[in-house]
Design a protein around this ligand. Sequence first.
Ligand code: PEP
Length: 258
Amino acid sequence: MHPDRTPVMAGNWKLHKGIHDTGGYVRELVQALKERGDLGCEVIIAPVFTSLAVALQAVWGSPIKVAAQNCHWEETGAFTGEISAAMLKEVGVSHVILGHSERRQYFGETDATVNGRLKATLAQRMAPIFCIGETIDQRRAGETERVLERQLNDGLAGLGAEALSTLIVAYEPVWAIGTGEVATPEQAQAAHAYIRGWFSKAHGDGFANRVRLLYGGSAKPDNVKEILACPDVDGCLIGGASLTAESFLPMIDAAASR
Ligand code: PEP
């Protein structure tokens, strides 16, 4: 991690925790973070849509921010099952996860649809957590950088440095998500350095030095320190290990004590 970039530890709850479990868990996190005082680290949780209001109520007055796990590109209309950025803004959400590999893999998301969702998120002045990453076949074929380049070019198309000032990127190798197989620090650093280099070319060194790049993929309390030690890793997007205070808190502590 770089001392000039505030780390971000974000928990993606995926399809877990209804309103009952959310309230209890968030109150536990709020209390634990209160006891820690100033963390010097941003903490974000991303519950399911129906748990957002409960989570927002429980984090009130604490430094924890609440993210949604997706949003649609249109504000209203005939889009059964979708939720708009304006609706998320109305409920009080500050961040939106976009382009997660599970959305791309199981729900047909493409770079173009992610781009539309990203623009809608930014138009509502919420911060996108934009996920990119290669599959195992793409890595084995030596295509990692080409895939990241395409996802960055197409996912961020039409958006300049000013529009993207709140952007957070999560590099999540698909083969490491939920599999227990974590990228080595060398693999994570190489991908993050490539992504930062892309921003440098696209939006200049100033932007590239400011943008926060998170690692995601089986990050756990016992491997997080070495991942966070990579100079271009500014935090983590955490799935499974963000679901209990027992595993999420030590990971937050690891980022806070960098
Ligand atoms: C994720 O869902 O973004 C993720 C990284 O999951 P996990 O930590 O469980 O691999």
